[in-house]
Design a protein around this ligand. Structure first.
Ligand SMILES: *[C@@H]1O[C@H](CO)[C@@H](O)[C@H](O)[C@H]1NC(C)=O
Ligand SMILES: *[C@@H]1O[C@H](CO)[C@@H](O)[C@H](O)[C@H]1NC(C)=O
Ligand SMILES: *[C@@H]1O[C@H](CO)[C@@H](O)[C@H](O)[C@H]1NC(C)=O
Ligand SMILES: *[C@@H]1O[C@H](CO)[C@@H](O)[C@H](O)[C@H]1NC(C)=O
Ligand SMILES: *[C@@H]1O[C@H](CO)[C@@H](O)[C@H](O)[C@H]1NC(C)=O
Ligand SMILES: *[C@@H]1O[C@H](CO)[C@@H](O)[C@H](O)[C@H]1NC(C)=O
Ligand SMILES: *[C@@H]1O[C@H](CO)[C@@H](O)[C@H](O)[C@H]1NC(C)=O
Length: 646
């Protein structure tokens, strides 16, 4: 009750409509009143994060309307540079990549936009949004004033920023503020010239009226390296933090102006092999209420997390990649479902805006229906080795010693490294890489027979046998580039030599694989006669999902469950849904959004890397109507430190 009273006082100090003449469409910082001023009137926002790159365009509207109905003033979205410029100078701003349409949609729905424009965004996204092709210069210092880095940034921003200029609030659009870089104070370079360069660049393309800002962890060292004059400093912190102390850190850099928590964590991220993160609604609501009682602006990270489709997940160090689901235990689930957390947050917002403005009434769009289509049979088609000619249409590259993915311009997925055994090893001989030499996992075979798996930082040696001249294959998988910290120049492939019994292997042939194109073009089929490998080799499986007839409103969203499968990648009708790894968890099911399904037969393609259940058990995957994101439900975590890793 006392707290509630305090909230109202603060609101009146900084939420009153004053009688000054209101100039049309302006958005600025009012330092004197520690507020924003929108159209001349004092303003503060309650916002939520949504990443358009993690939600199919088909569902943008559903998710945005649900955010609007929660009472949010604004959304916060991030721009992953590598999502739009996958090869230098080749841009994609259409389909799911159409950020302009996404921002216009938010505007139509009545949501303002806070834009994290990059170039670096973090976000548990491959390389924090930086394109892997930057690594063509091996010594490049990312996120610094390295001229090669800046040149790439300049040409990207020269294409991107002009697209969003018309969408700034001043120009009739929804964008009220633009974030430059992210948590730069946590990065080792502490390069103010870089921040100054970005400031000039953003001002050049966006003009002088837009509010530009930075975000850093709520500790003094972060704010010191992350802030410069001309970029408004904001902080980020999660539930359970001492809110007063956190905002004092912002005040160190910004003695006056609006208080802003740019990332208030509603949940937390996951890593393969660790328990699913869960943060209780009570903790979120309590700290949120406290933040608002400070009269602060707040963004909830995430409001809806979404999905790392395809190969887009990032990783932390020591190397720990994030799973396909980015559910985040957010108020809207990965599939856009309404949760108790959603309604609890809506209640907080309702109370805070009581007598000040109405949050939208009327029904909240319902959770979308899900359907359990049940089990479908899969059939083994070719192994990767058998399908090599269709998977590697551009041929191979030869080199005495291994080249990285980046050197052969393969940025995602898989490369097959092939050589010959230099002598006969009838007794087990140790095949060894060096620390961090395998990035990130290698499926090893001799003459097509599985020998074992090497894994970055975890398994550096395996024993193999074989006769001189046998074909040695290492199918190397990138599991996602490091997105946080100084090691985000995360080259992939074989980074060091491979030795056998201490002898350096040489004369490699490398096949960059374009699996997605082969899947989309339906090139994977069963070749008769070949059966050089068994079910433990990386192998494709295919099946068809038939949508039952006679049931109204099908198809619907679903989740796919891999009982008995180990690790791999799955496509439906050519759409790359992402990685599955139930053997490690915590994620067990993958989200299947309805828009990729047709009422005709739906083509399922699975690449199982370690071993399918098809030789011993049922060769099926199952479509279920509920997600399983925690393999071991007994291991929920509640209490942990939020360490500013967004
Ligand atoms: C851009 O991405 C969309 C998917 O969002 C895809 O359908 C389209 O083919 C891509 N365009 C180009 C030019 O690559
Ligand atoms: C929170 O931080 C403030 C400012 O540093 C301090 O005065 C206060 O004692 C702290 N509260 C708690 C509960 O630690
Ligand atoms: C299948 O793979 C396993 C594990 O590597 C191996 O022990 C077995 O000999 C293989 N079987 C055939 C028929 O290749
Ligand atoms: C390799 O084989 C040797 C001899 O059988 C054994 O001592 C050693 O532990 C094995 N190493 C690994 C990594 O499997
Ligand atoms: C691999 O070994 C060769 C021969 O010893 C050496 O010249 C080369 O530098 C090594 N490469 C790496 C990445 O260590
Ligand atoms: C690599 O191949 C060349 C020519 O085929 C051969 O002379 C050389 O010995 C091979 N190197 C190794 C280390 O096997
Ligand atoms: C499924 O694959 C077949 C054969 O490649 C193709 O003709 C069909 O169009 C595909 N269906 C869908 C829905 O993509």
């Amino acid at each position: 009750m006392t707290r509630y009273f305090g909230v109202l006082l603060v609101l009146f100090a900084c939420g009153q409509i004053d009688s000054l003449e209101a100039p049309a469409r302006t958005f600025a910082i009012d330092y004197e009143h520690n507020c924003f001023r929108k159209d001349g009137m004092q303003f503060r926002y309650i916002s939520g994060s949504i990443h358009y790159s993690r939600i199919p365009r088909f569902y943008w509207k559903d998710r945005l309307v649900k955010m609007k109905m929660a009472g949010l003033d604004a959304i916060y979205t991030y721009v992953p540079w590598n999502f739009h410029e996958q090869k230098p100078g080749v841009y994609n701003f259409s389909g799911d990549h159409d950020i302009v349409s996404f921002l216009q949609l938010a505007n139509e729905i009545g949501l303002l936009v806070i834009l994290r424009a990059g170039p670096y965004i973090c976000a548990e996204w491959d390389m924090g949004g930086l394109p892997a092709w930057l690594l063509a210069k091996k010594s490049i210092v990312l996120r610094s004033s390295d001229p090669d880095y800046l040149q790439a940034v300049d040409s990207w921003m020269g294409v991107f920023l002009p697209k969003i200029k018309p969408l700034l609030y001043q120009n009739g659009g929804p964008i009220i503020t633009v974030q430059v870089e992210n948590e730069f104070g946590s990065y080792y370079t502490c390069d103010y010239n870089y921040l100054r360069h970005l400031l000039k660049l953003f001002r050049y393309y966006l003009g002088n009226d837009v509010v530009l800002f930075t975000t850093d962890g709520s500790g003094l060292p972060y704010v010191k390296c992350g802030s410069i004059q001309g970029l408004y400093t904001t902080v980020d912190f999660g539930p359970g933090t001492n809110v007063t102390a956190a905002f004092l850190v912002q005040r160190y850099s910004e003695p006056k102006g609006p208080l802003i928590n740019s990332e208030f964590y509603t949940g937390w991220l996951d890593h393969w092999g660790s328990p699913h993160s869960v943060v209780s609604t009570d903790r979120v609501v309590n700290t949120l209420t406290e933040i608002l009682a400070h009269g602060a602006n707040v963004n909830m990270y995430m409001f809806i997390g979404g999905t790392n489709f395809g190969y887009w997940n990032g990783a932390n160090t020591p190397y720990a990649p994030q799973p396909t689901s980015y559910d985040y235990d957010a108020p809207l689930s990965e599939a856009g479902d309404l949760t108790d957390k959603y309604f609890a947050i809506r209640d907080v917002i309702k109370k805070i805006y009581f007598q000040y403005k109405q949050i939208p009434e009327g029904p909240v769009p319902p959770t979308t229906p899900k359907f359990a289509y049940g089990e479908i049979n899969l059939e083994k088609v070719n192994s990767v080795l058998e399908a090599l000619d269709v998977l590697a249409p551009y041929g191979s590259i030869k080199s005495a010693y291994p080249l990285t993915f980046d050197e052969i311009k393969q940025y995602f997925g898989f490369v097959l490294y092939r050589t010959k055994l230099p002598e006969t090893y009838s007794d087990p001989a140790l095949l060894t890489t060096f620390i961090n030499g395998i990035r990130d996992r290698a499926y090893v075979a001799v003459n097509g027979v599985t020998q074992g798996i090497l894994e970055r930082d975890k398994v550096m040696s395996i024993n193999i046998t074989g006769i001189e001249g046998s074909q040695l294959d290492l199918l190397v998988e990138s599991m996602g580039r490091v997105n946080f910290g100084r090691f985000n120049n995360d080259f992939k492939g074989l980074l060091t030599n491979v030795t056998i019994k201490g002898r350096t292997l040489a004369n490699w042939t490398m096949y960059p694989l374009d699996i997605d194109t082969a899947v989309i073009n339906g090139l994977l089929s069963k070749t008769s006669g070949l059966n050089t490998c068994n079910f433990t080799a990386p192998t494709f499986y295919k099946g068809e999902l038939i949508i039952p007839s006679g049931i109204p409103d099908l198809p619907q969203d679903t989740f796919i469950k891999f009982t008995g499968w180990a690790k791999g990648q799955i496509w439906i009708n050519g759409f790359n849904l992402g990685r599955y790894w139930p053997a490690r968890g915590p994620q067990v099911t993958l989200y299947v959004p309805v828009h990729i399904l047709t009422t005709q037969a739906n083509n399922i393609t699975v690449l199982e890397l370690e071993g399918s259940p098809c030789d011993t058990g049922k060769c099926v995957v199952e479509f279920v109507d509920k997600p399983i994101l925690n393999k071991n439900p007994g291991r929920f975590v509640e209490e942990f430190t939020f360490d500013n890793r967004e």
